[in-house]
Design a protein around this ligand. Structure first.
Ligand code: G3H
Ligand code: 13P
Ligand code: ZN
Length: 331
């Protein structure tokens, strides 16, 4: 049993309370490898931002759970080395599918876990979430639950259609489970195609313009749970410059559309205090790698294409912290 406090990590409690008061959101960036982790930490140190390092079940399978945990421990020391004396870093399990994976993460030093029972019948979601909360809270690990279903693939949970969170359920869910934060569904979804083309309009250049998020549902939820931390998944903005670069250098990613950044900025000013971003990191890295390999066909040193990918990622994360989440200068 390793406690996250011994690794220099923090849980989300104080971080979220400050974010709600301050009208900003904490970035929750997924990582699977060293370059992504370095880019996240560099950007967050440079912009003086707290950060949630997110690990999915897929990331654990890809990279090995122990290695990822040691990387997060290393991230704290790395942030100090880069000049941040008191880094505020959370190590969070993204979309925990059951009690066992949540327990395993609590036991190996995670400071926060998500139990995603959103695809279960309501009472089963309540039961499994409560069980995780009871275990995690013994170690002061914070827990995120989810109500409502996002379209797209959430690791082992896949849904064709999204269902908005029902505001009439949120109070009961929070009270019965004791969760520390709640992920809701108001029109975001996972992946690079957040809306079907028929749900969007197109601008003069043929770029898809998505429908707005359901801010009325968010407002209802906030009314039922004043001051309670709300989480938005599926919040990549799918920058069109990366989509264009990927396609220019041989990729095929049609109908890519994300959540406009003004809408995320608006959400960050509300009780939304955690915004999850994974796909944008994938796009930034892929665009940079494709460009280097296409322009320099003789290159075969991974550092020569992963280095520029890491630099592009860092630039993107820093800009998001400053312009979208508002988490810059909040350390
Ligand atoms: O919500 C899902 C995240 O983007 C994680 O994706 O399961 O492919 O690691 P992954
Ligand atoms: P995106 O696919 O929009 O980046 O969402 C990531 C996410 O919600 C991780 O849990
Ligand atoms: Zn998610």
């Amino acid at each position: 049993m390793i406690n996250y406090k011994d690794l220099g990590l923090v849980n989300t409690r104080e971080m979220f309370a400050k974010a709600i008061k301050g009208g900003y959101a904490i970035p929750a960036y997924n990582f699977n490898n060293m370059e992504q982790m370095q880019a996240i930490i560099q950007a967050c140190v440079e912009t003086k931002s707290p950060v949630i390092l997110q690990v999915s079940a897929g990331a654990r399978k890809y990279a090995n759970p122990t290695l990822l945990r040691y990387m997060a421990q290393g991230a704290v020391e790395y942030a100090k080395e880069l000049g941040c004396p008191n880094p505020q870093i959370v190590l969070h399990l993204d979309h925990g599918a059951d009690f066992d994976i949540c327990k395993s993460c609590v036991d190996m030093g995670f400071s926060s876990v998500m139990i995603d029972g959103s695809s279960l019948p309501y009472e089963e979601n309540v039961a499994v979430t409560k069980k995780v909360v009871e275990y995690a809270h013994k170690y002061d690990v914070t827990v995120e639950g989810e109500l409502g279903v996002l379209a797209g693939v959430e690791d082992d949970v896949a849904a064709e259609e999204s269902h908005y969170t029902k505001p009439e359920e949120v109070q009961d869910f929070v009270k019965k489970t004791g969760v520390d934060s709640l992920a809701i569904s108001i029109g975001t979804s996972h992946g690079r195609c957040k809306f079907k083309p028929e749900q969007c309009t197109r601008n003069a250049d043929g770029v898809l313009i998505p429908p707005p998020l359901a801010f009325d549902v968010l407002a209802e939820i906030e009314k039922k749970l004043p001051g309670f931390p709300i989480v938005l998944h599926g919040s990549s903005s799918v920058p069109q410059e990366y989509v264009r670069t990927i396609e220019q250098y041989g990729g095929k990613i049609p109908d890519s559309v994300g959540i406009p950044e003004e809408q995320l900025r608006k959400a960050a000013k509300s009780a939304v205090c955690k915004i999850n971003i994974d796909s944008d990191g994938r796009l930034a890295m892929t665009a940079a790698v494709r460009k280097v390999l296409a322009e320099q066909p003789g290159e075969f040193d991974p550092r020569k294409y992963l280095g520029p990918a890491r630099e592009e990622l860092k630039k993107m994360y820093a800009r998001k912290n400053i312009e979208v989440l508002g988490s810059a200068n909040q350390l």
